[in-house]
Design a protein around this ligand. Structure first.
Ligand SMILES: [Zn+2]
Length: 446
C-alpha cells in the first residue's frame, strides 16, 4: 500500500500533474465548481428516485399519520404556507399562472387539483405526481393504506409504537397538551391492530399479547408492509433499559385488566416491547425505521430524544440481523449520527433535513455524509399534506428538488476539491437517490 502510494506520488511529480488523478484534495473548491454543478444537475435530475420516507395522502385523509400535529404547533419558515418556493412548486406541478399565493389565487390551485383528480382517477393521480418529480417509488409511512395509492409504487411502512401503550393511559395523556393529542391516537392505532386480528380485549396472558404482536406484523407483510416505523421520541425519552421478560410479564399481569401503571413500571414494560419489536424486525426481515430528529409541538424534548440515546440498542450484538434506518438522520445532530452508520446494519435517511435547511446548508450535510459512509445514506422527502394549498404534492416537489440541487452542489464541490472523479460522483448520486435504500428490501421494492 505504502509502496503504491510512493509510486503514485513519483508518477505525479514525473508528469507534472497538478489536476486530479492522484493529486491531493484541496481545501477550497476551484473556480470550476459552478460549471461542474451545472453539468451534474441535469444528470442528477434524470436519476429515478426511491423516496425512503414520505407521508403521501390528501389533507382530508385522517389515516396519513398515526399521530397528529398539536393545535398551534409552530411551523419552521420553510413549511409555512407563505413560503414563496411553493409558487415554483405549483408552477412546475400544475402550471400555476400567478406569481403569488393570495387566497383568491390559491382557489385556482385547489380547483386545478380537483380537476386533475377527476382526470387521473383512483391510483393514477399520485402516480402522475411521482412521474412529474421523477420518483419511481415512494414509501408511504401511514397508519393504513388508502385505495388511492398504488401499492406497486407506494410500499407501506406501518407504525409500531402503539404496542407500547396497551394499559390505562390517563397519566400519559395528562402529561402535557401534546400528549393529550398523541396518546389517544396511539390507543386508536392499537384498537385497529386488535380489530385486524379479531382480538376484542387485551389477552390475559403476556405470551398471548406478544403472539398478537407477531401476528400483526406477519399480516402487515401480507398487506404489503416493508418496514416498521417508530415515532416514540414524541411520546417518551428514547433511552431504553434492558428488562427481563419476567419483569415485563409481571407488569402486564398487574395492569392488563385495568389500573394506572406508575411511570417507572410503564417505561420498563415499554422498554421490553421496544426491544422485542427490534428483535422481531431482524427475525422477520422488517427494517426498523426510527424518527431521530427534532419534532413538532411545544413539548417535544430535544435532549431526551437525542439520536445518540439509541447507540446502546444499535450497537447491541443481539440485534445484528436487524436493519435500522435513522429517519431524518438525527437532525440537527447529523454529524454525530453519521458515525452510527459505521455499523453494517445502520442507515441514515436525510428526509426533513432538506426542508429544515435550505439547499445552501443541506448541501454541507450531504457532503459530510457522502465523504464518510456514502453507501449508508438514503434520500427521503418527508412529504406531508399540510393543507389544501401546501399538499403532499407540493412538499414532494420541494423535498425532491431541494435534495437534488443540494446533492449536485455537494458533489460538484467534492469533484472540484479533487476528492472524487465525476464518474464516481454519479455513482454516489445513484446510491443516495435510489440504490442504497432499494437494496434493503430485496425484491419487495424497485
Ligand atoms: Zn415523517
Amino acid at each position: 500500500m505504502k509502496q503504491m502510494l510512493s509510486l503514485l506520488i513519483l508518477a505525479c511529480i514525473g508528469t507534472g500533474l497538478t489536476s486530479f488523478a492522484g493529486a491531493q484534495a484541496r481545501p477550497f473548491p476551484g473556480p470550476d465548481v459552478q460549471q461542474i454543478y451545472q453539468r451534474l444537475l441535469p444528470q442528477i435530475e434524470k436519476i429515478p428516485a426511491f423516496d425512503h420516507h414520505a407521508h403521501p395522502g390528501f389533507s382530508d385523509d385522517p389515516d396519513v399519520d398515526a399521530m397528529a400535529a398539536p393545535p398551534d404547533a409552530s411551523e419552521a419558515l420553510r413549511t409555512r404556507d407563505d413560503n414563496p418556493e411553493l409558487i415554483a412548486a405549483a408552477k412546475a406541478l400544475f402550471g400555476y399562472p400567478y406569481t403569488d399565493l393570495s387566497p383568491e389565487h390559491a382557489k385556482w390551485l385547489v380547483a386545478k387539483k380537483a380537476e386533475l383528480k377527476k382526470q387521473y382517477p383512483g391510483t393514477a393521480y399520485f402516480n402522475m405526481i411521482l412521474d412529474k418529480i421523477n420518483t419511481e417509488s415512494s414509501v408511504a409511512n401511514r397508519a393504513v393504506m388508502p385505495d388511492y395509492l398504488d401499492p406497486q409504487r407506494f410500499p407501506w411502512v406501518f407504525f409500531a409504537d402503539s404496542f407500547m401503550w396497551p394499559f390505562n393511559n390517563e397519566r400519559e395523556t395528562a402529561r402535557n397538551p401534546d400528549e393529550g393529542v398523541y396518546i389517544p391516537l396511539q390507543e386508536k392505532m392499537l384498537r385497529r391492530w386488535m380489530q385486524q386480528e379479531n382480538v376484542s380485549k387485551l389477552p390475559a396472558k403476556f405470551g398471548d399479547y406478544l403472539e398478537f404482536i407477531v401476528r400483526v406484523l406477519a399480516d402487515n407483510r401480507k398487506k404489503g408492509g416493508i418496514a416498521m416505523k417508530f415515532e416514540v421520541a414524541y411520546f417518551r425519552p428514547t433511552t431504553f433499559s434492558d428488562p427481563t421478560r419476567e419483569q415485563a410479564d409481571d407488569i402486564y399481569q398487574h395492569y392488563a385488566a385495568g389500573g394506572v401503571p406508575s411511570e417507572k413500571d410503564y417505561r420498563t414494560f415499554q422498554d421490553y416491547i421496544f426491544r422485542f419489536l427490534v428483535n422481531l424486525g431482524g427475525r422477520l426481515s422488517f427494517p426498523v425505521h426510527i424518527h431521530t430528529a427534532v419534532g413538532i409541538g411545544d413539548y417535544f424534548n430535544l435532549s431526551q430524544s437525542n439520536i445518540m440515546n439509541l447507540e446502546s440498542v444499535l450497537r447491541d450484538p443481539r440485534y445484528r440481523s436487524t436493519t435500522f434506518v435513522m429517519i431524518h438522520g438525527g437532525y440537527p445532530l447529523e454529524r454525530e449520527a453519521v458515525w452510527l452508520a459505521a455499523m453494517k446494519n445502520v442507515y441514515l435517511d436525510s428526509s426533513f433535513g432538506e426542508l429544515a435547511q435550505y439547499p445552501a446548508a443541506f448541501k454541507d450535510t450531504l457532503k459530510m455524509w457522502l465523504e464518510t459512509f456514502p453507501d449508508k445514506i438514503t434520500f427521503g422527502t418527508d412529504c406531508f399534506p399540510y393543507n389544501e394549498v401546501l399538499g403532499a404534492e407540493e412538499s414532494y416537489w420541494l423535498g425532491a428538488e431541494s435534495s437534488r440541487t443540494a446533492l449536485a452542489a455537494a458533489l460538484a464541490e467534492m469533484i472540484s476539491e479533487n476528492e472524487i472523479t465525476e464518474t464516481r460522483a454519479l455513482e454516489l448520486a445513484h446510491g443516495y437517490l435510489h440504490d442504497n435504500a432499494v437494496k434493503l428490501y430485496g425484491d419487495k421494492v424497485h
